[in-house]
Write a protein that binds this ligand. Sequence first.
Ligand code: AMP
Ligand code: ZN
Length: 666
Amino acid sequence: MNTVEQELQKLRDELNAYNYSYYVLDQKEISDYDFDLKLKTLQELELKHPEYFDPNSPTQRVGGEVTKNFDTIVHEHRMYSLDNSYSKEDLQDWEARVKKMVDGAIQYTCELKYDGASISLTYENGMLVKAVTRGDGFQGDDVTANIKTIKSVPLKLTGDYPPKFDIRGEIVLPFEGFIKMNEERVEIGEEPYRNPRNTASGSLKLQDSAEVAKRPLECLLYNITGSKLNIETQMQSLEKARAWGFKVPDAAKLAHSIDEVLEFVNYWDEHRHNLPYETDGVVVKVNNLQHQEELGYTAKAPRWAMAYKFKAEQVSTKLNSISYQVGRTGAITPVANLEPVELAGTRVKRASLHNADQIEKLDIRVGDEVYVEKGGEIIPKILGVDLTKRPLDSEPTIYITHCPECDTELIRQEGEAQHYCPNYNGCKPQVIGRIQHYISRKAMDIDGLGGETVALLVNEGLISNYADLYELTKEQVIPLERMAEKSAAKLVEGIEQSKNIPFERVLFALGIRYVGETVAKKLAKHYKNIDAIIEASQEELVAVDEIGIKIAESVCLFFASEENIETINRLKAFGVQLQMSEAQLEGQTELLQGDIIVVTGVFEQVSRNELKKLIEDNGGKVSSSISSKTSYIVAGANMGPSKKDKAEKLGVEILSEEEFLRKINF
Ligand code: AMP
Ligand code: ZN
């Protein structure tokens, strides 16, 4: 191996190890910043030396490969389904069948049944070569490019793995990531995803693997198949998989009787709500693989395994009424108001009805006794109606035709499930929601003004769009509920301060449908000012990196409205940033905001004075002496030994000239 190859190898191994600690062991061993630096170094080195391409390099995890049609792959070992059981008797019957076919004492492994999308991974010589969905069990889709982006899937194994094997598992989306994804979707006016499982399985079929890389998916493994594996029990195979670098949850337990199995079931039935992801039962497997072989398979499922489904947490209660909520984008959401009832440890009073189609499909009527379930969804949902209890005088639900807030006739665009109120400027919840979005933390971040005050200001007729904020006076605000001289002054001052918020955030704050933070940044960077965006045609917008047709249409629609243009002209007149500032255009940034930096040594690419200017231009502070307040040191050649000592003693990080320049994208 020459030195380039060695360096590539070293970086790849290092990054793989960091990924493993973080995503499999949940241990952070390197800062995000340092990780990104190493990854960038590797990317650059790989770019320079394409002859050493490695499909399993950590750089491949960021995705980018686009698959139009997934190849069909025949599973070398079929992916079976599982038989289900629901009671102690079911399990005892199964045990009796097992005991007829094998001799001696039987032990069982109890594992949690993860609710996601099943996947089969093939490894050869320790390298991931294929990832295939279950499909119909005989053949599935090749989704390798997408799976590689999941950081807990090892691309390269460690330890004494067999030369070739398949390993099966479940791709899941933990609740936390799911909720965050939905918050981001709602923020840009998209409908939230319904549940983590469907979102996980939908993710595997995305055409753009870079999109998959952004989703916080995880891969949990539970089964190794292949020949000459040198494994004797299921428990052992879980341990081995863990040792080779796979993420194997540690809930698995050995049971010596069905009673012990039931103990496991009962424990997790109660505690599973604390797990980071969705489970829907327990999988019980005969532990001894020799026994498994003797038992074999039915047409559908192994005889040596049995799923035990947790009882879905379901109750029935009366539907008292249906109300309709209007969101910031005008989307109408029907909500079921229920007779309060206990469900999965919480008191439930409301459930989502999603949209008109859902109500019609289930024929849900006010006065009905409805079944409510809390499954993977965060908000409980209505599964159906107990028709035996339907009152004789019940009438089918007629979906509203007019906005409950402003009485405007609702519209429903082709292909969309949701009804919308088109009264953009006159419908109160839309007006209030839009201003609330404008002032929110990620947008204009207006100090001293909260969502409730916005509603109050609108209801009092003091404002009706976000431009009106800039004309508010202290005298107008003081008489409002819970306002006083001081809070009113703070509010007006906060609004004034928002005139310093940079253009990209103003663009996000405008609340254009589908324009989230990232898209706003892209557009701001590309067009530099609002007028250029207003003038851009749909075709031009689509040509901008990462801007799709849906976003382009929405942007054009927004600026086609004369009222919006007028609002923007007013914002401009008030001095709100509707263009990139000189500083931004000249390369000044806030990349080093809050950093206190010590510069020492001799530099190659820039002079020491240039370096200091760069620090200040990017929002950092230059300090002459090292202390515990120092964020880090930028060291050129010949750093003095006493400075080095001091830095080490205080644990202050030292960056090379190159590392630092990369940090500010120099
Ligand atoms: P079902 O889809 O209800 O027939 O259940 C079978 C599926 O359960 C398998 O295809 C796996 O994807 C999934 N599963 C989840 N957790 C486990 C586990 N610990 N052991 C085996 N299968 C599991
Ligand atoms: Zn309305």
